[in-house]
Design a protein around this ligand. Structure first.
Ligand code: FAD
Length: 424
């Protein structure tokens, strides 16, 4: 019996043994996918004593260069998982954002005492995986691809490639990214939302701004953004409207032609397409979706991973409640409503950011620049700074049991006492 089971008391009776493949391993929660969101949720559940496994098809951790920005509510979620102090130690703090056009400063945003931190995603994932190994040494299963799910009574049977036995879980979480197999198995629609553009990005040695500001060059031919990274490096991201940027030299030439800043790319640039999608449902029966499996948010504005962490904070509580009562319906329905609403808000913000960075000439450019100037003055400036640091993506409260409720998102400074586990 798992530690969570022994604590929980009243649970639904197990289904008849005939309904499962012989030898299927029993577990409270099976999480499919060990990206930053699946890992964080696993840490939160393991810290509660829930018997959790993470099934990840990659045999080795990836070194993909994707997210870098960690916003204050995301940092509070990392604190709850027990790696906040390590992240603060390794990350670079971005304290302000400066917008300019053709060498003229349009405005600046000050993130005050709650800076956005920058740390490469693979580093954050490593810290989370090490934390999970400390909390639950047998939870992580690499090289395991989930291929099928079947809900039967109070369990979900999880099939995996090349293994007849599989798993038998009370709850399953799809943290398996944008192309989520779990989402397809749930039958949830993948609904396109406004916001679409192409970008190229590369890292280069820091020369532009030793003060660690994010720089937004809102240029007539399209935005160029740059962000400081640890180790004296800066990430450059440029909007592309035509053609491809095939090598570091061409990328550097594009950045210099738009911004006047000479850079030397440390590696070949990578291109990505920013799109937005929302799953029609985040939970069905005993299975829930989190992170990119539930929502694809444009990286422009950099909120996808952080939003996923806030999903995980909410889902951790929903699962704990479901395990306690044996009734997932109400906590999962609340999770579904609250997190879809938060994702819609983050997508609106990202669509606005993308529109501001589109090529603009003549009257359109003048109007856009005037708007940026206006937005960087009070009171709009404070509202915008809060939006950029994801302050206010609160999701209200979730019923814990009759008459009780608890906050389900990270407030600006921490998650509150009950969510903290021993810090790293
Ligand atoms: C260029 C770029 C920059 C970005 N910058 C930011 C940023 O600054 N801030 C921010 O918040 N977000 C940013 N994002 C978004 C961020 O990278 C994603 O939101 C984040 O990776 C989502 O994490 P996840 O754990 O939900 O999914 P993923 O990271 O996609 O992880 C899913 C995991 O599931 C595994 N998997 C898939 N299918 C199966 C299966 N059947 N069985 C077992 N395992 C499976 C995959 O191998 C993978 O490891 C950026 C994205 C891009 C592309």
């Amino acid at each position: 019996m798992s530690r969570a089971t022994s604590r929980a008391g009243s649970r639904a009776a197990p289904e008849p043994l005939g309904a499962r493949p012989a030898g299927a391993r029993a577990v409270d929660v099976a999480i499919v996918g060990a990206g930053p969101v699946g890992l964080l949720l696993a840490c939160l559940l393991a810290a509660r004593g829930v018997d959790v496994v993470v099934l990840e098809r990659r045999a080795e951790p990836g070194g993909r260069t994707r997210a870098i920005g960690i916003h204050p509510p995301g940092l509070a979620a990392l604190d709850a998982a027990g790696i906040g102090a390590s992240v603060r130690r390794e990350a670079t703090a971005i304290r302000s954002g400066i917008a300019s056009c053709q060498g003229r400063r349009l405005g600046a945003l000050d993130f005050g005492d709650d800076p956005v931190l920058s740390l490469p995603q693979h580093r954050t994932e490593s810290l989370l995986e090490a934390r999970l190994a400390a909390l639950a040494p047998r939870a992580m299963h690499r090289g395991v691809e989930m291929t099928g799910l079947r809900e039967s009574g109070s369990r979900v049977m999880v099939r995996v490639a090349g293994d007849e036995t599989g798993w038998r879980a009370r709850y399953v979480v799809g943290a398996d990214g944008v192309r989520s197999t779990v989402r397809k198995m749930l039958g949830a629609a993948w609904i396109a939302r406004p916001g679409f553009a192409r970008y190229a990005m590369a890292d280069a040695p820091e020369r532009a701004d030793p003060s660690a500001s994010a720089l937004l060059h809102l240029e007539p031919d399209g935005v160029v953004e740059s962000f400081p990274l640890p180790g004296g490096v800066r990430r450059w991201v440029a909007r592309l409207d035509e053609g491809a940027v095939t090598d570091g030299r061409r990328f550097a030439a594009l950045v210099e032609s738009r911004t006047g800043t000479a850079i030397e790319a440390l590696a070949e640039p990578s291109e990505f397409i920013a799109r937005q999608h929302l799953a029609s449902s985040f939970a069905r029966g005993r299975t829930a979706l989190v992170g990119d499996a539930a929502h694809e948010v444009s990286p422009i504005g950099g909120q996808g991973m952080n939003l996923g962490w806030l999903d995980a904070v909410h889902l951790d509580r929903a699962i704990a409640l479901a395990l306690e009562t044996g009734a997932p319906r109400e906590p999962f329905a609340h999770y579904d409503r609250a997190r879809r609403s938060a994702a819609r808000r983050a997508m609106r913000q990202a669509a606005f950011n993308m529109a501001m960075g589109a090529p603009a000439h003549g009257m359109r450019l003048t109007t856009r620049n005037a708007l940026v100037g206006l937005l960087s003055r009070r009171p709009a400036r404070d509202i915008l700074a809060r939006a950029f640091t994801m302050d206010g993506l609160s999701t209200g409260s979730m019923p814990r049991s009759a008459g009780q409720s608890t906050r389900t998102s990270a407030p600006r400074r921490g998650l509150g006492g009950e969510d903290r586990c021993t810090p790293d």
